[in-house]
Ligand binder design. Structure first.
Ligand code: DQA
Length: 143
């Protein structure tokens, strides 16, 4: 069975309460449950990881090479700042889909650049919690 690593970056543990007008009222727990259900229905396995620490995310991606077939990641604020996360994604060379709940291109200028997007297979941005499900489906199609 193909295995997909799902990574939530910083502050996504606060989803549901955090700026609901931007990110919606769906909690991370609810998103994770939907992903697990969708994974099961599509015959893939998911492991879900959340961290507020850049280094932990870098390490998790680095260890993914031998353990996973693909990565679904919302790097959150690190999207716009982390050369280390970008380099980790480039290093492991796994199919990777970057997702965002909000449309980062419709927001502040500092969110318009993703350092991760150029080394990802693709990006889904702006569909709320559904961005994650669309991202998972994209990987299922790819694998
Ligand atoms: C986000 C967008 C980022 O700019 C922001 O820092 C986040 C969440 C999103 O899912 O819309 O924390 O990745």
């Amino acid at each position: 069975m193909k295995k997909i690593l799902v990574i939530h970056g910083p502050n996504l543990n606060l989803l549901g309460e955090r700026e609901p007008e931007v990110y919606g009222r769906v909690s991370m727990k609810t998103i994770d449950a939907a992903l697990k259900k969708m994974a099961k229905a599509n015959g893939v396995a998911v492991e879900i990881f959340q961290s507020n620490h850049e280094g932990e995310i870098v390490s998790k991606i680095g260890e993914a090479k031998r353990k996973f077939d693909a990565i679904l990641i919302n790097p959150a604020a690190y999207t716009h700042t982390s050369v280390a996360i970008r380099d980790a994604v480039a290093a492991v060379k796994l199919p990777t889909v970057e997702v965002h709940l909000s449309n980062i291109y419709a927001r502040e200028a500092f969110r318009h650049e993703s350092l991760v997007a150029p080394v990802a297979t693709g990006q889904i941005s702006g569909f709320g919690a559904a961005s994650y499900e669309l991202g998972l489906l994209a990987l299922v199609k790819l694998l």
